[in-house]
Structure formats: C-alpha cells, structure tokens
Design a protein around this ligand. Structure first.
Ligand code: NAP
Length: 485
C-alpha cells in the first residue's frame, strides 16, 4: 500500500483489553510525535463486547470501520474461557483473510539474554487462516475427538510467495520452510511442495527446508542461522513464541497480519491482566508493530525514525520492568516519553534495515485453483463406533459387504492397521476406520454405490463419518495407514 501524501491515512484503532489501552496510548503518542500523517478511527472489540452478549467479540461498527480503512492497529483482546465464545482476534484475522502473520524477532540493545551478541535477527512468516486453527472439531464418539487440519495448495502458494516477497523487501538472502511433511505428507507436505515449486521465481534468495521439530532445536541452538522462516499456522504459533523468548520475551515481539485487502498490526502478547492499569508494562512490542504498519503504509522515514528512537532509548538504559524488575523499571508513560524525546536521534551501534515496499503476491483467484485432467473415486473410508474387537468387527464387515462393489481392505485404530491382524499389540478403543476399495479396476465409485454400502453397514454398526478415497491424475489423494501395504 502506498501513502497518499495529501491526506492523512485513516487507521482503525482498537485499544483492547487489560494492558491494551496503555500500550496503545504509548504507541499512538509516539506515532503522532513522529509526524506520520495518521488519523484514527477508534473502535471496540474484545471483553466489553462479549459482556454485551455478542459472542464474536467484534461488533458490526468495528467490522465496518476495518472494511473502510483496511488498516488496524490494535491492543490485545481477551478471550473468555469456557462460554463458547470465539477468539475476537482470530475472528478479525479470519474475517479479513489476513493470511500472513509476520513476526520479526531481533536482538534489542540493553536487553540481556543468553543470546546477546549473537545477532539474532529473523522473521517468522506464519500462515494465518488455515490448518488446525480453522477450529473445525468433532466428537466422533463420546470419547474420541477429531480436528481437521485443512491446508490448501492456494493458501500454501500465497504464504510461500509472501515469505519470498517479504525477504526481498528487507534484502534478506535465505528463506527456510519449516514443516512436518515427513509425517503429514499431504497436509504439511503441500506447503513443502509448493515452496519448492515457487522458489525458482526468487533466484537471489536461497530456499531450504527444515523439519519443524529440528527447526525448534536449531532455533534454540543456533538462531542466528535463520533469516526468514515460513511455516504452517500451528507450527508458526509455537515457533514464534519460542523465538520471542530468545530476544527478551513478549514485551519485544511485534506482529503484522497481512492480507490482500486488510492489514492488522498488533503485539504478539495478550492482555496480561495482572499488569493492567499499573503503568508498568513494556509497550515496545506494539511500538515495533506500528513501525511495521508505517512501512506497510509507505511512511518509511517515520518508521525508521521511531525504530532509531526505540534503539537509542534502550541503549541509554531506559528499560521497563520486564527487563530490569518491576520494582526498578521505567513506567510505561515515561518510557514512551523517552522515545518521543529521542525521535530524530540515530543509533550508532545498531543498524536499521533499509526496507523496500512489500509486493503482495498475485495468486490465481479461481476457486478451482488446482484442476486435474482426471479424477476418480476408488474407495471409501467409513468411520464406525463399535465396542467389538477388531477381528469381530472385520468379520462382520466382510460378511455384510461381500456382494457390494467394494471389498474391505483393512480396519485401523487411530491410524494403525488392526485388521486383518498384524501380529502386533495395538490397543483399540471404540473408534475404527474401515477402508473399502473398489473391486474392479479402474473403477469410479458412484454415490449410489456409497449409499448401498452404508445401508449394509448401518444394519449392524453405527457409522459417524465417511471419506471418499480419490485419485487425481493417477496420484493417490489419501495416505496409507501404519502397517497398511
Ligand atoms: P499474555 O497476556 O501475553 O501474558 C503472559 C505473560 O507474558 C505476562 O504475564 C507477562 O509475563 C508477559 N507479557 C505479556 N505482555 C507483556 C508486555 N507487554 N511486557 C512485558 N511482559 C509481557 O498471555 P496470557 O496471560 O496467556 O493471556 C491473557 C489474555 O490475552 C487471554 O485472554 C488471551 O486469550 C489473550 N491474548 C490475546 C492476544 C491478542 O490479542 N493478540 C494474544 C495472546 C493472548 P510475566 O508474568 O512473566 O511478567
């Protein structure tokens, strides 16, 4: 987004809950003192809205403001536990399809950590709207829960290209893709495959893949090796909190949620209710989020001025309670005043990155983004609830379905084959997946065939879920189970 120099840019400002109003006030004063031409439209979301009985936590006026301004600076929003309310943060991110969550992690002057002096300076780029955080969950039996991990090829291309574009805008030379593709070959594997497919379009940037558990290990052991890490939603949530601890904690962890239309800037931390109203909290995370916002809006000069002023302030030993202890820390308001006083001064010892405008990737918007030439349904997985041992369930299923178009290939319990017997000692519960494969090859199962099979099964067993087994251009669209050949 580029700034129109003739009129101020209107930004939706959400003070938020707990320490939110304090960090938002500090940040707003600093932005105004920097001379950045921003006008604010203040809106509500979070605890107060939940209390008024709105389960989304985001009122229509706020949605209207964001739809108009397209840029948000927000404080943290509390998520009530246990009343069925959704997180207002997640609602905002998802409503406006802010698919990229950017979390820079950089060593700060004067903030001593076990990693001080090693030059930690990386950016976590986390996919923000898919994966397990879609929150699609079911109790399949009274004792077995299921969560759907949805990863799309399109979403993966968006986030992979975004990571390369972000690296370009900051002049970074390497992008690591962290996935669990070795285990979740289809879901996590999609991001890995797409990352490898698009990486040649960014020849000046070195791409590499790292398995996510090793990424956690490497981040603790040698974090300075990373420049940009792109990863799926839940991996990114965990890795970015880990990373922020390397440089002094959540008080220094900014973030941006960026989509094609809307961008939301906020600290990584929450509402820290125990510090609310005490004027002790560290506002740096939101101030640095505002620096990201000013760059996004094209106010590069003011962004650099604020970043310099934050560094000069920290170098001079003005530090908040989270760094030096709450009995000795500089109060939030005074810390913000010190930064305002240092606007115009330049740090001599710390470099401020020369950032270029970010180019958002343009992705094919078609809903049928992947178009195989051929596809067929080659089988059906039927999930059943049964108290029977696997051998009895298997015998019954074979008996019930022997004269249909499908034959029982195997039964699994939590992803491990238990029928036909394997000789192993797998424990089973009351939740089974029965895999039926079409008898004639090549074949294409019809819905009538599916219906006939379910009628047979229902006569003796309770099923709660079915999944068609598909092939796309000859590639299996499903995984085999542990022990399945
Ligand atoms: P939290 O509010 O982030 O606080 C956890 C701890 O992090 C604090 O107790 C404090 O550590 C430290 N901390 C947080 N912000 C800090 C700051 N600005 N400066 C220095 N230290 C800071 O996490 P939580 O207690 O799990 O969550 C509280 C509420 O916030 C929940 O309702 C949660 O849902 C919500 N939340 C909102 C967002 C968001 O709006 N984006 C994000 C996360 C959580 P010490 O105790 O060690 O001093």
């Amino acid at each position: 987004m580029s700034a129109d120099r003739d009129s101020p840019t209107v930004v939706t400002l959400i003070p938020g809950d707990g320490i939110g109003p304090e960090v938002v006030d500090a940040t707003r004063r600093i932005i105004e003192a920097s001379g950045a031409p921003i006008a604010w439209e203040e809106c509500e979301a979070g605890a107060e809205v939940f209390k008024k009985g709105l389960p989304s936590g985001v009122p229509p006026e706020t949605i209207e403001s964001v739809s108009k301004t397209r840029v948000v600076l927000k404080g943290p929003l509390e998520t009530p536990v246990g009343f069925g309310e959704k997180s207002a943060n997640v609602t905002l991110r998802k409503l406006f399809e802010t698919y990229a969550n950017v979390r820079p992690v950089r060593e700060m002057p004067g903030v001593r950590t076990p990693y001080s002096g090693r030059g930690v300076d990386l950016v976590m780029v986390r996919e923000n709207v898919e994966d397990l955080y879609a929150g699609i969950e079911y109790m399949q039996t009274p004792g077995v829960a299921q969560a759907l991990k949805l990863i799309s090829e399109k979403g993966s291309e968006k986030i992979a290209r975004f990571a390369f574009e972000y690296a370009r805008s900051e002049g970074r030379t390497k992008v690591a893709c962290a996935t669990k593709a070795n285990i979740m070959k289809l879901s996590e594997g999609t991001l890995k495959r797409v990352f490898e497919r698009v990486s040649p379009d960014y020849p000046e940037i070195e791409p590499w893949h790292v398995i996510v558990d090793n990424a956690a290990h490497q981040l603790v052991k040698r974090p300075e090796q990373f420049e940009v890490i792109v990863t799926t939603n839940m991996n990114g949530d965990i890795l970015s909190d880990l990373s922020s601890a390397l440089i002094g904690g959540l008080g220094f962890a900014p973030s941006a949620n960026i989509g094609n239309e809307v961008a939301i800037f906020e600290a990584v931390h929450g509402s820290a209710p125990k510090y609310a109203g005490k004027n002790v909290i560290n506002p740096t995370a939101l101030i640095l989020s505002a620096v990201l916002m000013l760059r996004y809006l094209g106010y590069f000069e003011q962004a650099a001025a604020i970043e310099h002023a934050v560094f000069v302030t920290l170098e001079s030993g003005v530090l908040t309670g989270d760094v030096v202890g709450y009995d000795r820390g500089t109060p939030t308001t005074e810390y913000a005043n010190a930064i305002i006083g240092n606007l115009g001064k330049h740090t001599e010892t710390w470099t401020i990155r020369d950032v270029k405008p970010l180019q958002l990737p343009k992705i094919d918007p078609a809903p049928d983004y992947v178009r195989p030439a051929n596809r067929s349904v080659v089988g059906l997985d039927v999930f059943v609830e049964s108290p029977l041992p696997a051998s009895e369930l298997g015998a019954s299923m074979m008996e019930l379905t022997h004269d249909t178009k499908l034959s029982l290939k195997m039964i699994s319990s939590r992803g491990t084959k238990v029928f036909p017997p394997t000789g192993a000692m797998t424990e089973t519960g009351d939740h089974f997946r029965c895999r039926f494969i079409i008898k004639e090859e090549p074949g294409d199962l019809t819905d009538e065939d599916v219906y006939q099979l379910l009628v047979r099964i229902s006569s003796a067993h309770g099923w709660m879920h079915i999944e068609k087994l598909q092939e796309f251009d000859g590639e299996l669209g499903f995984t085999r189970d542990q022990g399945e050949d």
